[in-house]
Design a protein around this ligand. Structure first.
Ligand SMILES: [Zn+2]
Ligand SMILES: [Zn+2]
Ligand SMILES: [Zn+2]
Ligand SMILES: [Zn+2]
Length: 352
């Protein structure tokens, strides 16, 4: 479910702006890939302030025929909300536990939940008790699933591993992995646990009587949960053209413009190298004695509370792509030792 931490999104390393939901991928954001969510090409949703990466096409959605904007792009039309009265998943979608507390069946999808696990009433659960329409959080936020995603579908007496193949206008074709058969099912009958509880859900299924005779189904389910746990969106990240160039140290410029060679000597002791997809790394080119200077670390000087605030925001936002460039160091001011914190996220040099 999309949890939006406005303060976190306006940190400089996260674009320095608060993005409205038209400017990040709803699915990547929900999957806690917050940096990827705001990058790459987006397709907007018709009549809603929402957008998705082209690669993150919501299951059951289709492209409209009307063209919009300067670049004449079509918009996505999402699957309509439906009601779901068939089989419900027998464990809570929030905590993976079973009937230790009353399980409420979502009226719009396959999920079940405990009242105490429903985070969207913000402590006022009496409101939910009174509410006639009992929707899970996913249905309240109309959370989507990607085409291609591994899911569970109830067919032939148990929930089985399946993959979303295609489909539009609300109906979805899934391939049931055990039988390799393709079936058309309502979108809302598919179950896809939040990655953080997938392990708990799997243990519950493995222990339940219904799977005694379906051990090979468990192997397939384990595989799709594992794939989901290591899934990362493959989003092409452009260096934004609006970046204020003067904020960057000239050495970084030289590197970015291709003027500098792939190795930038910092001061003869160390060199900056490219480390695959991780970006840049630093290696020593000779044995370094203790206390030998290795270079200047340029960045924004921030206080400890501000440093902690930035770090905590990343944790609170559950951003699995959270990155920090804060360097902690001791300086001597008038003979007294003081700790300083330098954040090289935006204004940095080759060391930062
Ligand atoms: Zn906007
Ligand atoms: Zn995406
Ligand atoms: Zn629960
Ligand atoms: Zn639901």
């Amino acid at each position: 479910m999309p949890r939006w931490n406005a303060q976190y999104l306006i940190l400089k390393q996260n674009n320095g702006v608060l993005l409205c939901p038209d400017h990040f991928c709803d699915l990547c954001f929900t999957d806690t890939f917050q940096r990827s969510a705001s990058m790459g090409e987006l397709v907007k949703v018709e009549n809603q302030v929402r957008a998705f990466h082209e690669k993150c096409k919501p299951a059951g959605s289709y492209y409209g025929t009307k063209l919009f904007g300067k670049d004449k792009k079509t918009r996505l039309i999402l699957a309509p909300s439906t009601s779901h009265t068939d089989e419900h998943f027998p464990f809570c979608c929030g905590c993976a536990e079973g009937k230790n507390e009353e399980l409420i069946e979502c009226q719009s999808c396959v999920q079940s939940f405990h009242l105490s696990c429903h985070g969207s009433y913000f402590g006022n659960q009496n409101d939910l008790k009174k509410d006639e329409k009992k929707n899970c959080e996913n249905c309240m936020f109309n959370t989507q699933m990607r085409v291609g995603e591994g899911v569970l579908v109830f067919t032939n007496t148990v929930f089985r591993a399946a993959r979303i193949m295609s489909g539009g206008r609300g109906a979805v074709i899934v391939e049931v992995l055990s039988t390799k058969t393709k079936i058309t099912v309502p979108l809302k009958s598919l179950f896809c646990p939040y990655p953080r509880i997938a392990n708990g859900i799997f243990n519950q299924m493995a222990l339940s009587k219904s799977y005694k005779k379906h051990q090979n189904e468990l192997v397939l389910i384990k595989a799709i949960f594992e794939q989901r746990a290591v899934f990362k969106p493959n989003i092409v990240r452009k260096i934004p053209s609006f970046k204020c160039k003067y904020q960057m140290h000239k050495s970084v410029h030289r590197y970015m413009s291709g003027e500098a060679e792939s190795l930038i000597p910092v001061n003869g002791n160390v060199e900056i190298v490219t480390v695959g997809k991780f970006g840049f790394g630093m290696i020593a080119v000779m044995d370094l004695n203790q206390k030998i200077p290795i270079g200047e670390y340029i960045g924004e000087l921030i206080s400890k509370p501000e440093c902690d605030r930035r770090k905590n925001l990343g944790e609170d936002s559950h951003d699995s792509e959270c990155m920090f460039y804060t360097f902690e160091s001791d300086v001597f001011v008038g003979g007294k030792k003081r700790k300083i914190y330098i954040d090289g996220a935006q204004i940095g040099n080759e060391l930062a």
